[in-house]
Design a protein around this ligand. Sequence first.
Ligand code: AMP
Length: 286
Amino acid sequence: MRSPVDIELIHTIAQLRERLHPSRSAPIALVPTMGALHTGHGTLITKAATETACVVVSIFVNPTQFNDPSDYQRYPRTLSTDSEFCQRHGAHIIFAPSAEEMYPEPPQTFVEVGAVSEHLCGKFRPGHFRGVATVVLKLFQIVQPDRAYFGEKDAQQLAVIQRMVRDLNVPVEIVPAPTVRESDGLAMSSRNQHLTPEQRSIAPLLYQALQHALSTIEKGERSAASLQQQALATLAVPGIRVEYLEIVDAASMQPIETIQTDARIAIAAWVGSTRLIDNVFVPACH
Ligand code: AMP
């Protein structure tokens, strides 16, 4: 393990470019994050460090992807513990720009990814994926990584980025990594720390509903409407308000009626004032 002085914390684009210039003979990895790092991020960083000589973790709470200003304000910011965390997981550089550094003037150029960003979170968070795609492309331009690592926890985000990279011929390999969960199944998220103990105790129901749907599929059910109805019944408890529970094609993120191709069951639900998302993959061969 390297000593704590090894990791470099860089706040400006110019310094990062200068630092990376001599490292370009070997592959560079980027792990984009919004900080408040947990084991889910840790597995992305470790995977990147295993596969790549130079790992940059970006920590930036991107204002343009928040459609709710209070969600942006209360998003946890924990840079000093995040730095130690990145160090422990094998990262080399943290890029933590200010909002002014990333957006010195109101931007006039945006990346709009079409149909893949329309359903699920796209429907309930207008402008969210435009903000995500734009900031990720900016980070790609700034870091110019060979690979970038994204979690399947945010499956629609992953699909949006994969599509953007294909459509715009961005020379970055997108590497997905599986969702990391707490021992009771709750998908790890920086937002989990907003949950009260009571809310935390019911939050694993989201994953249980997804697991329930998976086992029903195992038994031969193929109808999305029927799976949806059964999964929603699992979630009909006080304290949980489901925003969507949809079965979509895994690549296009379009809702499907019958499971025939690779699919995902995706959910967004409010537990108190915290919005949680989760999903599971359903392979076509089920
Ligand atoms: P965030 O900081 O929430 O924007 O997430 C940064 C990256 O970490 C994204 O690619 C997420 O999909 C990924 N990530 C967040 N939580 C998890 C998790 N529980 N398991 C795997 N990846 C995750």
